[in-house]
Design a protein around this ligand. Structure first.
Ligand SMILES: [Zn+2]
Ligand SMILES: [Zn+2]
Ligand SMILES: [Zn+2]
Length: 493
């Protein structure tokens, strides 16, 4: 095909059954697809040719993915674990470095979780799933299907995995991902009847509860890797409790009531409407709270981040809450009010400049009364300016462990682990001396940064190096000799 003369028209060859409609992805196909697409050429294709171009790009996408994964496997081949010898040509080291995904995350600007998924798939295709690798390279399956096969067969022996791929691949190209998933699950069960049980038990070793900010500004809370029996029982209880709330006169759809029941259970509160006024058992409380929201409190360090202009009352830009994300100002005020209701709360305020970078941080020593707005009259606190560009060591301390105040300054500046792609909140990281304390590193803004345990080890492992040339600007040098800069996080402006 490489020697074939260029087609008369950009679209010819892409018609049904034409050479470019069916050929395996290759450089010539990429060139033809690009010629048929670029410079507005698509408009000159008839519908049949357009579908052919669409199909060609799809196969090329798989081809690109196969190339990316092959390069990933080669990187892994070159990265033995410490105290492990290099691999023979074409083989893999007996044990791989645990920081390969981190090198990928830095290079491709991925989260470490995504980089890990790429690496796992690349290794599977390079070692135990040769036919799946070929199918991806030839464009008969896509990235999603390759990943689906790799994940479904991960609990099998290499031999079983090959048997499964041989069984499901012939039809995989014609199936939807859902159909392929079902076919793979059946084939895995045939190959190893106990595999499904093992896979579930394996997954249950990594249970987690996560919350995140949804795009609409609402929040989600979910558990993963949970035991199915307990989840089924819990779900039934949520419904039973929701129905009881409806029985007691609370209005709302079943979904709305189930959410109330879910949160009531977790927060130890009761949304049952108090129709007849109940007598308050404690005379110290003048008005018994009825609305569950008013009895709630947020026993936590509430770390609000607001732009300086909002703080000065010049505008009302959204703020941000550490560990959650952007919040509108009514929500920010509501959260502050909740935190104020708990005597163990600590309120912190981080102020950002026009570029979204934090410029100052202040901690209130104890609980605060809820600020009516985030204006200067309602918050009496001392703001410490953060060092930027250079450091005058204003906040330097002599000991190894930074004080609470210095910790807060560092975390306000760098709210997550300072490694590329790592999202672990700084509050759950160690504050690492970039230059070790015993080698003259200062306990100061210019030498401290949060690193999670994994990236702390990564920094210290062979081939990696970390510098902090100015406060909060981290330069990571990887074993390949590339340098990546992670600046302090900018908050939304
Ligand atoms: Zn603070
Ligand atoms: Zn300093
Ligand atoms: Zn990290």
């Amino acid at each position: 095909m490489g020697t074939r003369p260029a087609p008369a028209r950009p679209g010819s060859g892409f018609e049904s059954g034409g050479a470019f409609d069916v050929s395996a992805p290759s450089w010539p196909l990429a060139r033809q697809a690009d010629a048929a697409t670029g410079d507005g050429q698509l408009a000159s294709l008839n519908d049949d040719e357009l579908i052919g171009a669409l199909r060609a790009w799809r196969r090329l996408e798989s081809w690109c993915c196969a190339g990316l994964l092959a390069a990933t496997a080669e990187l892994a081949r070159r990265r033995p674990a410490e105290r492990t010898g290099p691999a023979a040509p074409g083989e893999f080291p007996a044990q791989l470095s645990e920081f390969i995904a981190d090198e990928m995350a830095a290079a491709l600007r991925l989260s470490t979780r995504t980089a890990d998924a790429y690496l796992d798939l690349a290794l599977d295709l390079a070692t135990r799933l040769p036919r799946t690798a070929t199918a991806l390279r030839e464009g008969s399956i896509d990235h999603l299907k390759a990943r689906l096969i790799s994940e479904a067969t991960r609990i099998l022996t290499d031999e079983q995995a090959r048997a499964v791929e041989a069984q499901i691949l012939p039809r995989a190209g014609q199936q939807t991902p859902g159909q392929l998933r079902a076919a793979a699950a059946r084939a895995v069960l045939t190959a190893d009847p106990e595999a499904a049980t093992r896979r579930r038990e394996e997954a249950q070793k990594d249970p987690r509860v996560r919350h995140w900010r949804e795009d609409a500004g609402t929040a989600a809370l979910a558990g993963f890797g949970l035991p199915p029996d307990e989840v089924l029982e819990a779900d039934q209880r949520i419904t039973a409790r929701a129905l009881a709330l409806r029985e007691a006169g609370l209005s709302g759809s079943l979904d709305q009531l189930r959410v109330r029941a879910y949160l009531d259970t977790l927060l130890g509160q009761d949304s049952t409407p108090t129709a007849p006024p109940i007598t308050d058992p404690s005379p110290a409380e003048p008005t018994p709270p009825r609305d569950p929201a008013t009895v709630r409190r947020l026993a936590a360090r509430l770390n609000l981040t607001v732009p300086l202009t909002t703080l000065l009352g010049l505008d009302a830009k959204p703020g941000s809450v550490a560990g959650f994300g952007p919040v509108d100002s009514p929500l920010a005020r509501h959260l502050a009010a909740l935190a104020a209701a708990d005597p163990t709360s600590r309120c912190c305020l981080t102020v950002t400049g026009g570029d979204g970078l934090p410029i100052a941080h202040g901690c209130l020593p104890g609980p605060v009364s809820p600020p009516n707005d985030l204006g200067p009259r309602t918050l009496a606190m001392t703001l410490d300016p953060l060092a930027r560009g250079s450091c005058d060591h204003l906040h330097q301390e002599s000991g190894y462990h930074p004080s609470r105040r210095l910790r807060h300054l560092i975390i306000a500046r760098t709210p997550t682990c300072a490694a590329p792609g790592c999202q672990r909140p700084a509050a759950r990281c160690d504050l690492d001396h970039t230059i070790p304390y015993d080698q003259g590193g200062r306990t100061c803004e210019c030498d401290l940064a949060p690193l999670c345990r994994h990236h702390h080890r990564c920094k210290q492992s062979a081939g990696w190096h970390l510098d902090q040339p100015t406060p909060g600007v981290m330069i990571w040098t990887t074993p390949a000799g590339r340098r990546y800069i992670t600046p302090p996080d900018a908050y939304p402006t």
